[in-house]
Design a binder for this molecule. Structure first.
Ligand SMILES: Cc1ncc(COP(=O)(O)O)c(C=O)c1O
Length: 466
């Protein structure tokens, strides 16, 4: 007979003993505990349960547990005696031998990581988030904590609808936004919807986000490249590609920083209408514009053809995993169904907190504060790089990163490797091209770095550029 018992001081521990076996129970218990240590389920310092409690929970005599503990202690798997003082000792030699881990060459820590796309994480509005959490918990009903409407919490959807109409001019007449776990999940939802509709190919900007390209491919779509020039995505290439949708970043092309021109916006919408195709508008960092009026979204010009997508990853924190889709009426039900099939709904407490933050004006206040901060950081970066002629800035003053083309014949890869050795993290422009062979350059994120760190990192870069 096999029996399972769970126990432990803090959490639970699953141990299997076979009463029908000829192996003595103490030996079975000792082996089972050793296995838990070897596999890391029990880590160094974890306490074993007291012999009395463990014996009762396993339905064996206390002597069985005492004997097993004695054997473990004798082999230096555990310290202490029977009872609550018994804890697991480090056995890195055995663990390493049984589950070898790949060794990674140690690299010096980065003193300045220009990784793009990360907002100032130290600016996260913890105090207002905490206050909003208290209000949210007080106002959420018991029923709200059950299985939620897959579209999201009504209070958040209503707040988002108002916010997006006010700040981005989004047309929400077809329905409030659908809440998703970040833009990445929004894209998965759309990939599934398009695939189910028989779309086999979509276009994606090149240069663009390599991660998004991979995500679309992983969800069964073949991805063709839509080139980008200094007016944004080149729409002329779309008709011949025969794609059913195009993914674009009109407000601030990622990574070049170009704003889609008015003529291209019109051409994009005309193409979508003629081809009966959809435009996926990734409005990832549109909140951040420096010294110029924000452009409105493309979606209000063709709400029947454009899926508007947004995220809090650039405004609040990527770790929140929260975003939204405003699909055309034609796709709305299919998007809800796809979201529901993935994970039923987005965590409700975070949704309620974000709704409170929007309602109280705290989100707007946070944007104003961070906008000023990022403007200073961007200026620090540009000033510090002003002395080099090896970099040519591309795009507009917006967002959380600045993009530069490398002049001359310098190798992007060698520059990245040399900077890494000096503690500066860089991301190359060429890896954003679908064929990885496009224009060489750097995509420098500055939002999560202090001006001093930016100046230091940029001075290293200037030195390397000669
Ligand atoms: C172009 C682009 N869009 C959107 C996002 C945001 O994605 P998510 O909301 O899944 O964090 C990112 C993140 O880096 C991005 O680079």
């Amino acid at each position: 007979m096999q029996q399972d018992r769970t126990t432990s001081r803090g959490g639970e521990l699953l141990v299997r003993l076979d009463r029908a076996s000829t192996v003595p129970m103490a030996q079975q218990l000792e082996r089972a505990l050793r296995e838990l240590i070897v596999t890391g389920t029990l880590a160094e310092g974890d306490a074993l349960p007291s012999t009395r409690r463990f014996a009762a929970e396993l339905g064996v005599s206390r002597g069985v547990v005492v004997e097993a503990y004695d054997q473990l202690a004798a082999a230096a798997w555990t310290s202490g005696r029977h009872g609550s003082g018994t804890s697991v000792l480090a056995r890195s030699d055995q663990r390493a031998a049984r589950s070898p881990r790949p060794t990674v060459a140690a690299e010096p820590p980065l003193r300045c990581n220009f990784r793009p796309g990360v907002p100032d994480l130290s600016a996260f509005p913890r105090a207002s988030w905490l206050r909003a959490t208290k209000r949210a918990l007080a106002s959420l009903t018991d029923a709200d904590l059950g299985y939620l409407d897959p579209r999201g919490l009504p209070a958040l959807r209503a707040q988002l609808a108002r916010y997006l109409a006010r700040v981005r001019g989004v047309d929400v007449s077809a329905g409030d936004p659908l809440v998703v776990n970040g833009y990445a999940q929004g894209l998965v939802v759309l990939a599934r919807v398009l695939h189910a509709r028989g779309v086999t190919a979509v276009a994606h900007e090149s240069p663009g986000s390599p991660e998004q390209r991979e995500l679309l491919t992983a969800h069964g779509l073949s991805v063709t490249s839509a080139p980008v020039d200094d007016e944004g995505v080149v729409v002329d290439t779309l008709p011949a590609s025969g794609v059913g949708a195009v993914v674009v970043t009109p407000a601030h092309q990622y990574p070049t920083g170009v704003v889609l021109s008015a003529a291209r916006r019109r051409a994009l919408v005309d193409w979508a209408r003629r081809a009966d195709a959809f435009v996926i508008e990734d409005d990832y960092d549109a909140e951040y514009r420096f010294g110029r009026a924000p452009v409105t979204a493309v979606q209000p010009h063709a709400p029947d053809r454009v899926v508007y997508a947004g995220t809090v990853s650039k405004s609040l924190a990527p770790g929140l995993r929260m975003g939204w889709l405003v699909p055309p009426a034609e796709l709305a039900a299919e998007c809800v169904q796809a979201k529901s099939a993935i994970d039923l709904s987005t965590p409700v407490i975070e949704q309620a907190v974000l709704a409170e933050l929007l309602a109280a004006g705290d989100f707007d206040r946070h944007l104003r504060r961070t906008r000023l901060r990022y403007e200073v950081r961007r200026a620090a970066l540009l000033d510090a790089l002003a002395s080099t002629t090896a970099l040519e800035m591309l795009g507009q003053a917006a967002g959380l990163h600045a993009t530069f083309a490398l002049r001359g014949r310098r190798s992007e890869r060698e520059l990245i490797v040399a900077a890494r050795q000096r503690g500066v993290g860089l991301r190359g422009l060429s890896e954003h091209h679908a064929d990885r062979r496009g224009r060489r350059g750097l995509v420098l994120g500055y939002a999560n770095l202090t001006p001093d760190t930016i100046r230091w990192g940029a001075s290293m870069l200037v030195e390397l550029l000669g």
